[in-house]
Ligand binder design. Structure first.
Ligand SMILES: [Zn+2]
Length: 362
């Protein structure tokens, strides 16, 4: 058990056998022996291993109770196997904490993501990409989201039962992942992972895109490109057609940059995303879209949009559930601190609201 964990921790930290050996003052073959279980590290060595890998020693002892099935990465740039494995391990570790917390509740505190009822209400077959707008409206309807901007998308989706993992990893090839987390007792929960370091609009679009994969799976006719369909779903889920018409008008000859900028911050969809929505909903013609996006690109805004970036998502649900479990005595204070990854003393103060800013003033 420890052997596997050492290997996983090393991979997650992106260290070679030799590099880790150096930090411990042992040979790379010694590390290899630890990883194969031929040799057991002493407690001092374990501590050093943990420090070198940037994790807490308890990671080595926690039993693995979650496996990731069908992990799929959004393909963008080249993204090597090692980098993928490293992200998967980080995700598994976070999912395990999540599962540990959720299963401490006598009754699972979250709904099943995409209930049977939702699945039956949604159209079974999508024959053209334009049908996705109505599909996204139905989805919003089933989840009672109305037609207004969705504040924190991460919390909204988690509240609906999707496990959203915000990974602290900024590998340039990483742009979102979906998987099925399977617990030891065979229960399966869909998960989506995004990077903690991306701007909010990219996090949100990726999340919505990945939800598109989950919902559109098996509904698209063969001639529809699934990636394009999921992009379309992401746009229409974040900004329904009704909202586009309501805010931009039914027909327009030009759009001002300030309009797009304001709407970006209202709805959490990029300016480029808004332009695309204007075209998709028939507010501007294809040729107006093309000339506008050309001017947009010429300013370098396709790479980096102007003005303040959209704030990152700030999920609070996990945090809140930790306190809920603590209040009901499903978990101990020590466990709560461990789940939140903060020292017990500091947790104790935070719990009493003695130092709410503890995270910043340490
Ligand atoms: Zn995709």
């Amino acid at each position: 058990m420890i052997a596997d964990r050492i290997r996983q921790a090393r991979l997650a930290a992106g260290l070679t056998l030799a590099e880790l050996g150096n930090q411990l003052g042992v040979s790379h073959t010694a590390i290899q022996k630890f990883e194969k279980g031929f040799l057991t590290p002493s407690s001092t060595q374990l501590l050093k291993l943990a420090q070198a890998c940037g994790i807490r020693t308890e990671y080595f002892f926690r039993t693995r109770n979650v496996t990731l099935l069908n992990a799929e990465f959004r393909k963008r740039t080249t993204f090597g196997k090692t980098a993928q494995e490293s992200i998967k391990l980080k995700v598994v570790e976070m999912v395990e904490k999540r599962m540990e917390l959720l299963s401490s509740f006598p009754n699972w505190p979250l709904p099943t993501f995409v209930s049977r009822q939702t699945l039956t209400v949604l159209p079974k077959r999508i024959k053209a990409i334009d049908e996705i707008d109505a599909f996204a409206d139905k989805v919003r309807d089933c989840w009672q989201l109305g037609m207004n901007p969705i504040g924190d998308l991460t919390d909204t989706l988690e509240g609906l039962g999707l496990l959203v993992i915000v990974v602290d990893d900024d590998h340039p090839g990483f742009s979102g992942m979906t998987a099925m987390a399977q617990t030891q007792d065979g229960e399966r929960h869909p998960i989506v992972a995004v990077s903690k370091r991306w701007p909010g609009d990219r996090q949100r679009f990726t999340l919505a895109h990945e939800v598109g994969h989950i919902l559109l799976n098996g509904r698209l006719t063969a001639d529809i490109d699934e990636e394009k369909a999921c992009d379309r779903f992401a746009g229409s889920f974040l900004v329904p057609c009704t909202a586009v018409h309501h805010l931009l008008g039914d027909k327009r000859h030009a759009l001002e940059w300030q309009e797009l900028y304001t709407l970006k911050h209202d709805f959490g969809l990029s300016m480029a995303g808004w332009l695309a929505r204007a075209k998709q909903c028939g507010v501007i013609t294809d040729s107006i879209y093309l000339s506008t996006i050309k001017r947009f690109s010429a300013r370098g805004w396709r790479r980096l949009e102007p003005g303040d970036p959209l704030p990152q998502e700030e999920p609070r649900l996990f945090h809140q559930l930790v306190y809920r479990a603590l209040a009901e005595q499903y978990i101990s204070e020590a466990k709560a601190a461990e789940l939140l990854g903060i020292p017990l003393m500091r947790f104790h103060k935070q719990r009493q609201l003695e130092s709410v800013n503890a995270a910043t003033d340490q």
